[in-house]
Design a protein around this ligand. Sequence first.
Ligand code: C5P
Length: 215
Amino acid sequence: MIVTIDGPAGAGKSSAARSLARRLGFRFLDTGAMYRAVTLAARERGLDLTDGAQLAELADRIHVELVDDRVLLDGRDVTTAVRKFEITDAIHYAADNPAVRTQLVGWQRAAAANHDVVTEGRDQGTVVFPDAQCKIFLTADEEERARRRHADLHSRGEQIPFDEVLANQRLRDHRDRSRSVGALVKAADAIEFSTDGLTPDEVVAQLEKIVRSKQ
Ligand code: C5P
């Protein structure tokens, strides 16, 4: 069974999807981590991110693996490095690149082949797994999302002012919604679910109910 969870940045998708996968005994796919790893690899090599062809060629050459909540870039653990604000800020170059997207869609389908998965991103229910049995569109109030992202960065030692986190999120939401391929949009058959006012445990319990009702 494929369960897709799409939605804007900071809606709580990653932690909810990870816990849900654990409860169901499914594989968890953090597709944002793939876009992050491509961006990190480009940054480390000093590539010009605006050079779309070079970026696509790089995505073709590197090997990104998601193993037990870890992100491996050519076998090296980059779990912490990919979540840095600097990477988040530059991710749109990879996310807006159609050739990079095609490549990553391939990685995502390969990772899900012959497995039960909970996959999380922006285009999972629309582009990558249009036939998924259970599609969820997770949302939350904009300021609440920015507060969570701010606290998350703070806990990782990155002191970014709240206003900057909020502005960056607005820009990312806008870019995610308006890109020509793989745009963030609710699939017609997705169930919209707001995490506002719910604890992480309550969110996972509700999501599990939704999935069980589709099994
Ligand atoms: O989910 P996360 O915040 O890690 O995703 C980082 C960025 O990667 C998103 O803002 C989005 O631009 C991009 N992304 C995407 N398609 C996906 C997952 C993430 O374009 N399936």
